[in-house]
Design a binder for this molecule. Structure first.
Ligand SMILES: Nc1ncnc2c1ncn2[C@@H]1O[C@H](COP(=O)(O)OP(=O)(O)OP(=O)(O)O)[C@@H](O)[C@H]1O
Ligand SMILES: Nc1nc2c(c(=O)[nH]1)N[C@H]1C(S)=C(S)[C@@H](COP(=O)(O)O)O[C@H]1N2
Length: 186
């Protein structure tokens, strides 16, 4: 029994998680990206299963966002968290890129993040953040503001491991003291 557990643990590869910062200015080095590192810090804090990160910073160019999401998914990412480019400005195109590469959308993620964000700031209504599924990969948009990252992830993270189970993605467990993930008993 114990041997099986050790064998199982040693053969399960770490989950691969993409962190994609979409920001013209961060990609040009005009300011340092804080939102991507905030996502990585959050994952490190809450996840109790091993994971590795594919982190990239790119400008708000729809074709490039699509190519990068596809490349991350083909590279084995089972979860991709984007930040930035969800607003109404002309160059904000992350939701469009997400929709283009996904076969199915998961609108509940954006709805819940906007709900909790609106409790803190009225400008949350301006985020068009969404989520969707490409093959066995879940893509979730977060707003660009560094302070939005923890709030939004605290709201939707409980749903992410079970969603990944259902689409054949990587198995994730979280520290229950940090995030209570929900999985039905059967
Ligand atoms: N990834 C980030 N890292 C650090 N600060 C950020 C980041 N994204 C946004 N911000 C901060 O939030 C402010 C407003 O965010 P907003 O979403 O409007 O960014 P933006 O102006 O669209 O970014 P960009 O022009 O670089 O694409 C920015 O001026 C910046 O101070
Ligand atoms: N939690 C939270 N959500 C938020 C914000 C915020 O500060 N906190 N900023 C809003 C603002 S001002 C904008 S314009 C939109 C889109 O931001 P983005 O284009 O950087 O994704 O997210 C909104 N959602």
């Amino acid at each position: 029994m114990a041997d099986n557990k050790v064998m199982g643990e040693s053969t399960t590869p770490p989950a691969k998680i993409g962190i994609l910062t979409v920001s013209d200015r961060a990609s040009r080095g005009q300011y340092q990206d804080q939102s991507g590192p905030a996502i990585r810090e959050y994952l490190t804090e809450v996840l109790s299963t091993p994971f590795e990160v594919d982190y990239r910073v790119i400008p708000d160019e729809q074709a490039l966002i699509e190519e990068t999401l596809i490349d991350m998914e083909r590279g084995g990412c089972g979860l991709i968290l984007t930040t930035g480019g969800t607003g109404p400005a002309v160059r904000d195109v992350t939701p469009e890129a997400t929709e283009r590469v996904c076969s199915r959308m998961m609108p509940g993620f954006g709805e819940l993040m906007r709900k909790v964000s609106l409790e803190q700031t009225p400008t949350a209504i301006l985020s068009r953040q969404t989520a969707g599924i490409r093959n066995a990969c879940l893509i979730v948009n977060l707003p660009g503001k560094p302070r939005s990252i923890r709030l939004c992830l605290d709201a939707v993270f409980p749903a992410i491991p079970y969603c990944l189970d259902l689409i054949g993605g990587p198995y994730l467990e979280a520290d229950p003291a940090k995030v209570q993930v929900f999985r039905p008993a059967n």
